[in-house]
Write a protein that binds this ligand. Structure first.
Ligand SMILES: Nc1ncnc2c1ncn2[C@@H]1O[C@H](COP(=O)(O)OP(=O)(O)OP(=O)(O)O)[C@@H](O)[C@H]1O
Ligand SMILES: [Mg+2]
Length: 245
C-alpha cells in the first residue's frame, strides 16, 4: 500500500486544498496519484447525483480516473459531524469497507492521498475516530496546520495524538488559510521547535483563487516532497513511507 493520510488541526483549515496541491506536485513528478475522501458530510446534486465538494476537488486534481464511490464511499447529505450524520442515516461506517476502496484505488495509482474528516479525533461512530481510520489504512501521516490564532495548541495536541498512534509520520505543512495572519514566521518557528520530530514539509501561501489549485500555488509553495523526490528514487520514497503493522 502506498499512500499519505492528510489530517489537520481542525475542520476548514485547508486539508482539501493542501491535499490537492500534494496530488498535483506528486503527479508532476510522473506519479499516478489519486485523491480519496473516505467519509464526507455535506452534499450537492451534480447531474442529479449527490456528491461532496471535497471529493470532487480531489478528483479534479488527480491524474487517475477513479470511480466516485471508491473515492468517497461514505457520503452524508447534511453538513454535520459524520458520526451524527451516519446515525441519522442508519449507517455504520465500516473501516474495512474503506480499506477495500483504498486498495482498489491503489491498484491503479502510485500514491493515494487520503483526506481525513475534521481533525484527528473526529468521531466516525460510537467506537471509532479518524485516528482508527488512519490506523486501518496504515499509511504515513501529514499534519496540515492552518495558520490562525489557536493553531499552536491544536497542532501540539494533534501531534501528540499522532505520535501515540505509532503510525509513520511524513511531516507537517503550514497552510496560510487566512489572508492577514500576522507573525507567521514566529508561529512557524514555534511550531518547528515544538513539532521537532515531525519533519517540516513546507508552507503553502494564501491563494487568491479558491476554486482550484493553480500552477501559481504550486510554484509558490515550498513543499519539500518535491525535493525529496529529486534526491531519492520516487517510487522507493513512497514505498518507504509505508510500513506494515
Ligand atoms: N492556502 C490557502 N489560501 C487561500 N485559501 C485557502 C487556503 N487553504 C484553504 N483555503 C480555503 O479555506 C477554506 C477551507 O479549506 P479546505 O476546504 O481545504 O479545508 P478542510 O480542512 O479541507 O475543511 P473540511 O474540514 O471541511 O474538509 C476553503 O474555502 C479553501 O479554499
Ligand atoms: Mg476538506
Amino acid at each position: 500500500m502506498s499512500g499519505l493520510f492528510v489530517t489537520g488541526t481542525d475542520t476548514e483549515i485547508g486539508k482539501t486544498f493542501v491535499s490537492s496541491l500534494l496530488i498535483k506536485i506528486l503527479a508532476e513528478e510522473g506519479l499516478r496519484v489519486t485523491g480519496m475522501k473516505p467519509v464526507a458530510s455535506g452534499a450537492n446534486k451534480v447531474a442529479g447525483v449527490l456528491k461532496n465538494d471535497d471529493a470532487l476537488f480531489l478528483m479534479q486534481a488527480s491524474n487517475v480516473d477513479a470511480d466516485y464511490k471508491s473515492v468517497n464511499p461514505y457520503l452524508f447529505e447534511p453538513a454535520v459531524a459524520p458520526h451524527i450524520a451516519a446515525e441519522q442515516a442508519g449507517v455504520e461506517i465500516n473501516l474495512d469497507k474503506i480499506k477495500k476502496c483504498f486498495e482498489q484505488l491503489q491498484t491503479k495509482s502510485d500514491v493515494v492521498v487520503v483526506e481525513g474528516v475534521g481533525g484527528w479525533y473526529a468521531p466516525l461512530s460510537e467506537h471509532t475516530t479518524v485516528a482508527d481510520l488512519a490506523e486501518t489504512l496504515c499509511i504515513p501521516i501529514i499534519l496540515v496546520v492552518g495558520l490562525r490564532l489557536g493553531c499552536l495548541n491544536h497542532a501540539l495536541l494533534t501531534a501528540q495524538a499522532i505520535r501515540q498512534s505509532g503510525l509513520p509520520i511524513a511531516g507537517w505543512i503550514a497552510n496560510h488559510v487566512e489572508k492577514d495572519f500576522v507573525f507567521e514566521n514566529e508561529n512557524i518557528k514555534t511550531l518547528k521547535h515544538f513539532l521537532g520530530d515531525f519533519p517540516f514539509i513546507g508552507s503553502v501561501p494564501y491563494a487568491l483563487n479558491h476554486d482550484q489549485v493553480t500552477q501559481a500555488d504550486q510554484n509558490q509553495s515550498n513543499i519539500k516532497i518535491k525535493e525529496y523526490l529529486h534526491h531519492i528514487n520516487k517510487k522507493t520514497l513512497i514505498n518507504n513511507f509505508t510500513v506494515k503493522k
